[in-house]
Design a protein around this ligand. Structure first.
Ligand SMILES: NC(=O)c1ccc[n+]([C@@H]2O[C@H](COP(=O)([O-])OP(=O)(O)OC[C@H]3O[C@@H](n4cnc5c(N)ncnc54)[C@H](OP(=O)(O)O)[C@@H]3O)[C@@H](O)[C@H]2O)c1
Length: 391
């Protein structure tokens, strides 16, 4: 094995980000080798990835899925199982880069393990920064880990901020496509189906984040991430609707200059940047043809249509723990909508209810964060069960 190859672990390898990462890695066999692939239950997806990337270690966190995969792979490879195995392949001394792309708060322990082991972390999992941003960034500093965002907006922002004085920054602007319901009559939103909500106009993403985009909860979560990633006060954070998803983020400086980052909407761009930083890798993204796009448009966020964007203003100003509560309630409500247990507009109603009624106490360590997370989930589930009328 070539010693100059960077060894990569992908957490959440079978998901949308995991597959895009695999695509970029396969384009650069002279720069990267796959140390470990981690997924949960998608056995068929993992079989395909194993044959393409030839990882040294395979983990299915679900025990039955690990057994099923072992049967398929036979004696050619050993399949490990459990969350501890995911943590082990994140902190292993052999690993250079960890791509954290599990979905949900379940992705926090393995990503944090990578930070504490001083790795280069390509961070897609939103929940790490949303729920434990202060701890994460402090740990990165303490253990000399580098965190590269794998999110088009934050990757764009990183590139607009690099080389510029932060004390000359006026504000940052994250763009949002507005999702599939940007122009839909708000009165009809309560009747939309999960399939309609998942059908994002510009991005091909996992189900949970696609629904978060439709409610704009995704942008709310991204504002929290930006706060921690770039150490910005809430009054420096803003968002704007940009339906074409070509401009991903902007940084406005005190002299009135606005630096914008543009690119075709394709996650392989941010992934390539997170793997290589300013060295810049080819990613397979097609060239941006502005002449054929012709128009780039922008509009203010309508908070009546997207109440999550009103709610986030209060969350950003409150104690950190409110972001934990918001995220946990949203995960529960998002899943309930996907399984037909609540209507679309009830997602944000559930989150608002939990934010208002949860008796939150500040959480300064991961255990306390988990505790608050669990309590918020219980309250969200209780509300969903009690209020079947919120359909
Ligand atoms: N997709 C995007 O364009 C995008 C952009 C920015 C940020 N993000 C963020 O990146 C993360 C991943 O998004 P995604 O769209 O790639 O999600 P996704 O397509 O739903 O994939 C999720 C991945 O997480 C794995 N997973 C789920 N539960 C797990 C568990 N208990 N243990 C281990 N692995 C588990 C899944 O494994 P199985 O398939 O085997 O069950 C799958 O590999 C999310 O936090 C999302 O917000 C995504």
């Amino acid at each position: 094995m070539d010693a100059t190859l960077k060894k990569v672990t992908i957490l959440g390898a079978t998901g949308s980000i995991g597959l895009s990462t695999a695509d970029v890695l396969q384009q650069h066999p002279n720069r990267f080798s796959t140390y470990a692939l981690v997924a949960h239950r998608n056995v068929q997806g993992m079989v395909k990835l194993v044959s393409c990337l030839r990882p040294e270690i395979i983990v299915m966190t679900d025990e039955q899925a690990a057994k099923d995969l072992q049967v398929v792979l036979g004696s050619t490879a050993k399949v490990h199982t459990g969350m501890q195995a995911a943590i082990d392949v994140s902190e292993a001394p052999e690993v250079d880069i960890v791509v954290a792309a599990m979905v949900g708060a379940i992705g926090i322990p393995s990503a944090l393990a990578a930070v504490k082991a001083g790795k280069q972390l390509a961070l897609a999992n939103k929940e790490c920064l949303v729920t434990a941003g202060r701890l994460f960034m402090a740990a990165a500093k303490r253990y000399s880990a580098t965190i590269f965002p794998v999110d088009s907006e934050h990757s764009a922002l990183l590139q607009c901020l690099e080389g510029h004085r932060k004390d000359r920054l006026e504000r940052i602007v994250l763009t949002a496509s507005g999702g599939p319901f940007r122009q839909r009559d708000p009165e009809t939103l309560k009747f939309v189906t999960p399939a309609e909500a998942i059908a994002h106009p510009n991005w091909d993403m996992g189900a949970k984040i696609s629904i978060d985009s439709a409610t704009m909860m995704n942008k709310a979560l991204e504002l929290i991430e930006a706060r921690w990633l770039f150490d910005l006060k809430p009054d420096k954070l803003s968002a704007i609707i940009h339906p074409q998803s070509i401009v991903h983020a902007m940084a406005e400086y005190i002299d009135g200059s606005v630096l914008a980052h543009m690119g075709v909407p394709d996650m392989r761009g941010p992934i390539a940047y997170a793997l290589s930083a300013d060295d810049r890798l080819s990613s397979g993204i097609k060239s941006l043809d502005l002449a054929s796009i012709a128009n780039l448009s922008f509009e203010a966020v309508n908070e009546d249509r997207f109440p999550a964007m009103r709610m986030i203003q209060d969350v950003l100003k409150a104690d950190d723990v409110m972001a934990v509560v918001m995220n946990a309630a949203n995960e529960v409500a998002n899943e309930a909508f996907r399984h037909g247990r609540i209507g679309f507009t009830a997602i944000v109603e559930v989150v608002e209810y939990v934010l208002q009624h949860h008796d939150a106490t500040p959480a300064n360590c991961i255990d306390a964060i988990w505790e608050q997370d669990q309590q918020a989930r219980i309250m969200a589930n209780t509300m969903i069960k009690q209020h079947r009328s919120i359909h």
